[in-house]
Structures are given as C-alpha cells and as structure tokens.
Design a protein around this ligand. Structure first.
Ligand code: ADP
Ligand code: ADP
Length: 213
C-alpha cells in the first residue's frame, strides 16, 4: 500500500504519517526530513538547498524527483510507503506516476489561521525529526526531547516571514497537485482541525474504509 499525505505546511502530515507508519509498518518518507538531515550533515545537497528551504521556497523539481526515486528503491520501502511532503508540484506528481503506484492520497485540510498557530508553536528534535508543539503536544520537560533529553529547536522556516512564503508557495504550486489527484479519484479529504488523537482517528477510519474496498 502506497499513501501520499498532502496538505499545507503545519497541517499535521508528519505527525500523522508517523502514526500510520507505526501502526502499519509502512515506511515513512519525508522529503523535508531528508533535506534537513543533509543540511545538518553539511553535505553537497544540504549546502545547495539550505537557503531555499530557510526562506520557504521549494527545492527544484529535478533534485527532489531524483531523491525520491532513489529513496523508493531502498529495501525498507518495498512493503509500501507513506510519502509526506512529496509531490509538491504537478511535475513531481507526474514524475512519481512514472516510477511508482499511488493507492491513496490523504488531503489534510486546515485554515491559514490554524496553520500559523501550529507552525509557530512547533519544536523539533533535529537528530530524529521528532516533533512537538509547545501547547498541543508539549515535551515532558520544556525545551527538551523526551527520549534523548537533547534540546529542541524552532525550525528557521517556522519564523513568520517564511511561514507566509510557504503558504503562498502552497497555494500556487501544491494546490494543483490536489486537482491532479482529484481527477484521478485518489483523494480523500480529511478536516485536520481537532486534536492530534481526533485527526488520527479520522485517518484510521479512512484507511479501514479503503482496505474494505
Ligand atoms: P512542511 O512542514 O512545510 O510541510 P517539509 O518539512 O515537508 O515542510 O518541507 C520543508 C521544506 O523542504 C519545504 O518548504 C521545501 O523548501 C523543501 N521541500 C520538501 N519537500 C519538497 C518537495 N517535494 N519539493 C520541493 N521542495 C521540498
Ligand atoms: P506538517 O508535517 O504538515 O508540516 P507537523 O506534523 O509537523 O505538520 O505538525 C505541525 C505542528 O502541529 C507540530 O508542532 C505538531 O505537534 C502539531 N500538530 C499536528 N497535528 C495536530 C493536531 N491535530 N492538533 C494540534 N496540533 C497538531
């Protein structure tokens, strides 16, 4: 089973993809996490994409498509995958259809107001990608990762100016991907308002319905 999570920045794609991956054993593939790991380790790719990402702009399609194509050939994704953050443009969606099969697209829908609330309170543990929210999903000890005790950070692109840019990029570049999958009748819309548990329950129902055909 291959699933795509679509939705604006901060809608909860990573949080929900992680939960579904834990429940199903599908591999969670987040292009944002892969880029951030490369930035942290100062690889050639990391150096190339850092400025773009920090300012809320997209990494070029050619780079992103090749990265995902390679990732989906690795052994751990052969039972199926959950793509989180890809495809983000129509050319990416078209390229994906050339090298993989998408079974289901879950579109997490959220108002701009709530997006801003979620992103400005988001804190992450850089090494693992574990995500918290200062209000909605706080760590046990303020500012520190539950598992390692290491400090949490606020992503550079979660500052107000980059958030606004990401929302505008989402409208112009990623909304066409929603129409693309709607035409293919692969999309299920999920209202992403409500608590983490409430949204996870809605997604659970969608997956059960899909499995029942
Ligand atoms: P978000 O929390 O906004 O959903 P992600 O972690 O998915 O953020 O992505 C962070 C950044 O990484 C994006 O703003 C963009 O710069 C880059 N990025 C991630 N996925 C893609 C993609 N499929 N195409 C182009 N750029 C991407
Ligand atoms: P995305 O991957 O779409 O950018 P994340 O999964 O990183 O989004 O979630 C953005 C922020 O909102 C995180 O701080 C996360 O803890 C929080 N969050 C995710 N889902 C919910 C929810 N249903 N209710 C409240 N906060 C949420």
């Amino acid at each position: 089973m291959n699933i795509v999570f679509l939705g604006p920045p901060g809608a909860g794609k990573g949080t929900m993809a992680e939960r579904v991956a834990d429940e199903t054993g599908l591999a969670h593939v987040s292009t944002g996490d892969i880029f951030r790991d490369n930035i942290r380790h100062e690889t050639e790719l990391g150096r190339k994409v850092k400025e773009l990402i920090d300012h809320g702009n997209l990494v070029p399609d050619s780079i992103t498509i090749e990265l995902v194509q390679d990732r989906l050939q690795e052994a751990d994704v052969q039972l199926g995958w959950i793509l989180d953050g890809f495809p983000r443009t129509r050319p990416q969606a078209e390229a994906l259809s050339d090298f993989a099969r998408v079974d289901l697209v879950i579109h997490l829908d959220l108002s701009d107001e709530e997006v801003i609330r979620r992103l400005s309170g988001r804190r992450v543990h850089p090494a693992s990608g574990r995500t918290y929210h200062i209000e909605y999903s706080p760590p046990k000890k303020d500012g520190f990762d539950d598992e390692t005790g290491e400090p949490l950070i606020k992503r550079d692109d979660d500052e107000e100016e980059s958030i606004r840019q990401r929302l505008s990029v989402y409208m112009s570049q990623t909304e066409p991907v929603i129409s693309y999958y709607r035409e293919k009748r692969l999309i299920v819309d999920v209202d992403a308002t409500g608590s983490i548990d409430a949204v996870a329950a809605k997604i659970h129902n969608v997956l059960e319905k899909h499995a029942a055909g």
